[in-house]
Design a protein around this ligand. Structure first.
Ligand SMILES: *Cc1c(COP(=O)(O)O)cnc(C)c1O
Length: 386
């Protein structure tokens, strides 16, 4: 089955057998508990919805398929998925090597909770250079945490090379694949052990449901993380599972349009005299363009760019746009725009921002699937005004 077909059918096969109603859309199973015929045997394996729920099961089956994985687990947010994964696999004293340019919430979880409260150690490296990752591996290193492309500067690291080295040292490789979605990049196929998505973003795609999902092939990791999922309890609700099932049906067609619009917008911006620099992995000018071509099936819908202006004019520019809502988050059908230094990345110190190369005039765009002519004319007008 091809991706587009799986995204519609897996987990939602109509039940036309005796007792089934043949619904083509999965019912939302709101029941918190499931009655049994006899004390010893749960009905079809269902006991209590924190542990397992039929609607969530359907979503997990589909999510596994989309990442070519054997297993998937769905959580109440991307952060809940991350925390559960790490609590399920690590213990105090363990060491983690992580890309230094990660989603802010991930860094906060690592530094403020896992390091400060649980004594898990972190070393942050510029993972664009595989040898930097290798150099930081210690005898107590248990896990490597990658995100590629990163947010907001769209830096890439080589999943295949790093996973290979990790394997030689019996280290687990985790890739946050939120920015690409399972349609455009499949880290497990490149050797990673675990993939994590904030399904809040492209997978659900309609900016109406917070969620997270982990995909994996290993039965051992699945068992451990599933145990932690039930023990901790940060599960995705039946209603939200339904929303993600619904949203994910159009993932392929949305990603194609996001990407087509992002490609045209990035080319337009790159040729505009008031734009100093554009970051988009699909541009030949992107430093990791060749790796992007090798590792990803496309270049995605996220663009960052710098105006040749200060924060004041940058703010004025962003505020004068009509179709780009000023908002954090990404991956929905509607275009969003933000200034990382004062919005998504405001919690970083100025030093940290400088270190990763993020300046005040940087603008991040989650390019939606509106008509490109409207997006381009909106940009044109706003650029004229500065
Ligand atoms: C949004 C995001 C997260 C966190 O997910 P939530 O659903 O907001 O908890 C993690 N990683 C990346 C790359 C993200 O964009």
């Amino acid at each position: 089955m091809k991706f587009e077909t799986s995204a519609i059918h897996v987990g939602e096969e109509p039940n036309v057998k005796e007792g089934g109603y043949g619904d083509v859309v999965i019912p939302i199973h709101l029941s918190t508990t499931f009655a049994r015929k006899s004390v010893g045997t749960p009905t079809q394996g269902y006991e209590y919805s924190r542990t397992r729920n039929p609607t969530r099961d359907a979503l997990e089956a589909r999510m596994a398929k989309l990442e070519n994985a054997k297993h998937a687990l769905a959580f109440s947010s991307g952060m809940a998925a991350e925390a559960t994964l790490l609590l399920g696999l690590l213990k105090s004293g363990d060491h983690v090597v992580a890309f230094d340019d990660l989603y802010g919430g991930t860094k906060r979880l690592f530094n403020r909770i896992l390091r400060e409260h649980l004594d898990i150690q972190f070393t942050f490296v510029d993972a664009r250079k595989t040898e930097e990752v290798q150099k930081k591996i210690r005898t107590d290193t248990k896990l490597i945490w990658l995100e590629t492309p990163t947010n907001p500067l769209l830096k890439l690291c080589d999943i295949k090379e790093i996973s290979q080295i990790a394997k030689e040292h019996q280290i687990i490789t985790v890739v946050d694949n939120t920015f690409m979605s399972p349609y455009l990049q499949n880290p497990l196929d490149l050797g990673a052990d675990l993939v994590i998505h904030s399904s809040t973003k492209y997978i659900n795609g309609h900016s109406d449901c917070i969620g997270g999902v982990i995909m994996m092939n290993s039965a051992t990791y699945h068992k451990k993380i599933q145990f932690a999922q039930n023990a901790i309890g940060a599960i995705l609700s039946p209603f939200d599972s339904y929303l993600v099932l619904r949203g994910s049906k159009t993932l392929a067609i949305r990603m194609k349009q996001h990407q087509q619009n992002a490609t045209q917008l990035s080319q337009y911006l790159e040729n505009h005299p008031k734009v100093a620099r554009v970051y988009y992995p699909g541009l030949a000018s992107h430093p990791d363009h060749l790796l992007a071509k090798r590792q990803m099936k496309g270049f995605g819908g996220m663009i960052s760019f710098e105006l040749d202006r200060d924060l004041e004019s940058t703010t004025k520019f962003v505020e004068s746009l009509k179709y780009f809502a000023i908002a954090e988050s990404l991956g929905g059908v509607e275009s969003l725009i933000e200034i990382p230094s004062v919005m998504t990345h405001a919690s970083l110190t100025e030093m940290e921002r400088k270190h990763i190369g993020l300046n005040d005039s940087l603008i991040r765009v989650s390019v939606g699937i509106e008509h490109i002519d409207d997006l381009l004319s909106d940009m044109e007008e706003a650029l004229k005004g500065i």
